[in-house]
Design a protein around this ligand. Structure first.
Ligand code: ADP
Ligand code: GLC
Length: 492
């Protein structure tokens, strides 16, 4: 190994402390992979209410921090938990900001003070380093909630000797979530007005936290090679494609890894019976268990199509709504676990009441059910409009829930189309974002399902795929070194 790096990974969510989606999985598993490569890795996140609800040991760490917020100072307290394997996770405690039922909002609406909550978090990250005397080589920031950190390093802290050798890597997990707020929040962030320009942090009249990260991050990454290219295009760039094109030389698409200690049917404690490519009997037991759990009126010979998803436009829910009846008519059962947009939730609740026999939906966020659905279903549907990486289909491959996906972003990079002639491939894909294309791919999948031997071949292909972190973690290390080669700078 080369130089041992000190890395602080800053994320608004980290599994198993707090999770709304794949970012938490990534932020909870990359640190261990980096640590296995010999680096000193620590993690920092807000101390939400759900963190206290978990059964992990949390203890106070160091003293308080006083964080400037506009003209005042807000006091935060640092706590420390551990990831499995012992890596420290610093938790920034501020009751009024984080002690709430959800992470970012409730009933489909963002919390009104999210700008303030994440200005405080971003600034806390730097103050925490000092309070803990942890002088990181790299602060690896994730998504808009940490977007101000790279800017702080190059403005308010640019002359600070403590951070002289610190560089930032900014990873964008989803261009659709930008953290755009009224310009007066620049004052709360203590950032100079001169930055409020199209070359700086302004995006269509707003102060954009995501854009701030993209402008100031020393190295930028996103979570799959295909998405890394797609976002250079207006179709997927969400108004930031110009900024990204400008930074093309510093932007890299690194595929997320899966944590197979959590997501492997051979040792998953949350499922009915363990199984693997050489012992598929356990999968039938899991399927029967799923049928029982959701009171479906089908037997285990019927194909079960499933979704485990945030209910947002991104995930192609509109296609599923339009195609659901046709799918059910073709003989499949359908199970959905999801939460999000209330209109989507209502639709699936109504559908499952109308087709109680072969359709079930569970609205909410439930880790255990997510594992059980992966284990008990045959086809995992992900017709996303766009998908930066997608971890769900990677888990689906491992669990023999064959991914049926739209060929975009990380879905395109991780799912190879099954060819019944050669027996190669592990899933089914379609391209145009149209219900009839999704149903055509579903018909293909269901035809293969009827041929037991061919289906087994397909399952084994997927279950044997390895998307663990090793390669991608090494790739991140290379990018950290690239960031460290950048000269110390102030300003844009
Ligand atoms: P995204 O981050 O866009 O939501 P990913 O596929 O990368 O999509 O990751 C989703 C993660 O969140 C997976 O771990 C998946 O199991 C989990 N997940 C999504 N919705 C739910 C839910 N309703 N209940 C439990 N887990 C969920
Ligand atoms: C985002 C993306 C998803 C990705 C996850 C983790 O939530 O929507 O595609 O897998 O981040 O990087």
């Amino acid at each position: 190994m080369g130089k041992k790096l000190k890395i602080l990974l800053a994320s608004p969510e980290v599994h198993p402390f707090a999770k709304t989606g794949g970012l938490a999985d990534m932020a909870g598993s990359l640190p261990r992979a980096l640590s296995n490569l010999g680096h000193d890795v620590r993690v920092i996140m807000p101390y939400y209410k759900c963190v206290s609800g978990g059964n992990r040991e949390i203890r106070p760490a160091s003293a308080h921090i006083d964080v400037p917020l506009g003209p005042v100072r807000q006091r935060g307290w640092l706590f420390e938990g551990r990831l499995d394997g012992g890596l420290p996770v610093y938790l920034v405690n501020h009751q009024a900001y984080y002690y709430r039922d959800q992470l970012y909002g409730e009933n489909g609406r963002d919390y009104h003070d999210n700008a303030e909550r994440f200005i405080f978090f971003s600034r806390s990250i730097l103050e925490a380093c000092k309070a803990l005397s942890f002088r990181p080589d790299i602060i690896h920031c994730h998504d808009w909630q940490t977007g101000l950190v790279p800017a702080y390093l190059r403005t308010l802290y640019a002359g600070d000797d403590f951070f002289r050798n610190t560089r930032s890597v900014f990873t964008v997990h989803n261009l659709g979530y930008q953290g755009n707020f009224p310009s007066f929040y620049l004052q709360a962030a203590n950032l100079p007005w001169e930055l409020f320009t199209p070359e700086g942090v302004e995006l269509y009249g707003h102060f954009s936290f995501l854009k701030t990260g993209l402008v100031f991050g020393d190295v930028l990454t996103t979570v799959s090679p295909s998405y890394g290219k797609e976002i250079l295009d207006p179709e997927f760039g969400f108004g930031l494609d110009g900024v990204l094109r400008k930074r093309d030389q510093d932007l890299f698409g690194v595929l997320n890894g899966a944590d197979y200690r959590e997501w492997d049917p051979a040792r998953d404690p949350l499922i009915k019976k363990n199984y693997g490519p050489g012992s598929l009997a356990g999968k039938i037991a899991c399927k029967k268990d799923l049928i029982r759990k959701f009171s479906l009126k089908v037997d285990e010979r019927a194909p079960i199509v499933s979704m485990v998803t945030r209910l947002s436009y991104q995930k192609g829910i509109d296609l599923v709504m339009e195609g659901a009846d046709a799918l059910l008519k073709s003989g499949a059962a359908f199970v959905l676990l999801g939460s999000g947009d209330p209109a989507y939730q209502d639709f699936f609740v109504a559908l499952s009441k109308r087709r109680r026999d072969r359709c079930a939906c569970l609205i909410g966020f439930d880790e255990e059910s997510a594992h059980q659905i992966m284990a008990g279903s045959d086809i995992l549907l992900m017709p996303s409009f766009y998908e930066p990486c997608g971890l769900t289909q990677i888990y689906g491959l491992k669990y023999g829930a064959v991914p049926l996906v739209r060929a975009v972003g990380g879905l395109r990079d991780t799912v190879q189309e099954f060819n019944p002639g050669t027996g190669k491939g592990a899933g089914f894909k379609f391209k145009p974002f149209e219900t009839k294309q999704m149903l055509k791919a579903a018909r293909k999948a269901l035809a293969v399902y009827k041929d037991k031997d061919l289906w087994r071949r397909l399952l084994v292909n997927g279950m044997s795929k390895d998307y663990s972190w090793d390669q991608s973690a090494a790739r991140y290390c290379g990018l950290y070194l690239k960031a460290l080669r950048k000269p110390a700078r102030a300003g844009i």
